[in-house]
Design a protein around this ligand. Structure first.
Ligand SMILES: Cc1cc2nc3c(=O)[nH]c(=O)nc-3n(C[C@H](O)[C@H](O)[C@H](O)COP(=O)(O)OP(=O)(O)OC[C@H]3O[C@@H](n4cnc5c(N)ncnc54)[C@H](O)[C@@H]3O)c2cc1C
Length: 138
């Protein structure tokens, strides 16, 4: 695991699980310079951002998880969003500023961003959409 800073942002319990897992090695203060390999991933070149030293770590796969950016740009001309790009919904509903358009999941939730909350808000959006259509006699 490559971590840019000398600490993680994850919850304490998750940090402890990672730190205590014997087959996870953490590279603190490190950034990815390059993914190496001819036809498939063979190694990753990382750089320590304090010493500028680089090293190649042999790996067969590489997973990126850096920050959160809601993929909402395509709706920016129509839907109200906050400064970070999260779609605004009327609290307690999935309704957006556009009638008949409902938002659910991480794209409208900057606080919890969990599978279960996304599924719950997906259910709310489905019900809101169904009621919207029924009210129109559709
Ligand atoms: C590394 C990691 C670990 C996680 N661990 C947990 C966990 O342990 N427990 C938990 O509850 N949650 C966890 N989560 C969070 C959970 O995955 C999310 O909260 C959940 O997937 C959000 O669901 P969603 O449907 O809102 O969005 P997503 O699952 O992101 O689905 C959005 C979908 O929209 C598609 N899409 C995007 N743009 C377009 C477009 N323009 N056109 C068509 N399709 C598009 C995407 O390809 C994607 O399939 C984790 C997330 C990450 C990244």
């Amino acid at each position: 695991m490559i971590v840019r800073r000398g600490e993680m942002r994850a919850s304490k319990v998750m940090q402890e699980r990672v730190i205590k897992t014997p087959n996870i090695k953490i590279f603190w203060h490190s950034e990815t310079d390059e993914i190496l390999g001819e036809k498939k991933v063979e190694a990753v070149r990382i750089k320590n951002n304090q010493t500028n030293q680089t090293q190649d770590i042999p790996v067969s796969a590489f997973f990126v998880a850096i920050g959160h950016e809601p993929n909402s740009l395509i709706f920016k001309d129509w839907l109200d969003m906050d400064e970070a790009g999260y779609i605004k919904t009327i609290p307690g509903t999935s309704k957006t500023n556009v009638e008949g358009v409902f938002a659910a999941g991480d794209v409208q939730d900057k606080i919890y961003r969990q599978a279960v909350t996304a599924a719950g808000s997906g259910c709310m959006a489905a019900l809101d959409a169904e009621r919207y259509l029924s009210a129109k006699g559709l």
